[in-house]
Design a protein around this ligand. Structure first.
Ligand code: 6PG
Length: 232
């Protein structure tokens, strides 16, 4: 696990932008195309805005989502809507593979999306919830123990929504993970995640931060304050 500590969300966006571009560039050089899965929540918005205002090349990149709430694409709680408003409106629609949160049959939509995913996601952006969840894999919910499915529907979270999420096998299968964590409300949980025992049922974000061989954590100093050698 590589960790970059930054002083604020603007720096967080620039560090994550640079590392994400490098990984996508490696994928394009190796295989001709690249895939990037986006996360929801509030922290990645600044990263999406940084991509949007740059001239970074994304012609060879396909966009996917790590999770979505069961709402239509123009709903304020839609992860797709946040990403579209911050960035994706400039990307051709045929390269934006959204999870259809408005589907009446969410289990059917999970199965459909599994087939839409590439064999391996090149870069997956993730966050960490205050409870240690990542994507919409919440502590002690069925996706935490999933062994084969790539995408599942579930009902969980705060705010509670029906949701779609990639699963632990899909996170393990990704080539690179970039985890963004910001704000003092995350500090104690991040310490537990990093130094406590590994239990991905209780702390799903450990799938990334403790288990994945190519994971980058970009963290602001407020969230990093409880980590070793981080005290001012
Ligand atoms: C979502 C997410 C979720 C998020 C974390 C952190 O749809 O809610 O993908 O896993 O990344 O909850 O969210 P913040 O960036 O808002 O802290």
């Amino acid at each position: 696990m590589e960790m970059i500590v930054v002083s604020d969300v603007a720096e967080l966006a620039q560090a994550a932008r640079q590392k994400t571009l490098e990984a996508l560039g490696d994928a394009v050089r190796a295989r001709g195309r690249a895939s990037l899965a986006l996360s929801g929540g509030s922290t990645p918005r600044v990263l999406y805005q940084a991509f949007s205002s740059s001239k970074d090349p994304f012609d060879a990149v396909d966009f996917y989502f790590g999770d979505e709430r069961a709402v239509p694409p123009d709903h304020p709680s839609s992860n797709y809507r946040m990403a579209r408003d911050a960035w994706l409106s400039s990307i051709p629609e045929d390269r934006v593979h959204r999870m259809r949160g408005e589907a009446a049959d969410l289990d059917g939509e999970a199965l459909r999306y599994e087939k839409e995913l590439p064999e391996k996601l090149d870069v997956v952006l993730l966050g960490m919830g205050d409870d240690g969840h990542t994507a919409s894999i919440f502590p002690n919910t069925p996706p935490t123990t999933e062994k084969t499915r790539r995408v599942l529907a579930l009902h969980a979270g705060a705010p509670e929504f029906k949701r779609l999420t990639i699963t632990p096998p899909e996170i393990r299968n990704a080539r690179k993970l970039v985890v963004l964590v910001a704000g003092k409300s995350k500090a104690d949980r991040l310490k537990e995640v990093m130094y406590g025992p590994v239990d991905v049922v209780k702390l799903p974000v450990q799938l990334a931060l403790r288990e994945h061989p190519d994971c980058l954590l970009v963290v602001d100093k407020e969230a990093a304050i409880a980590l070793r050698n981080m005290r001012a």
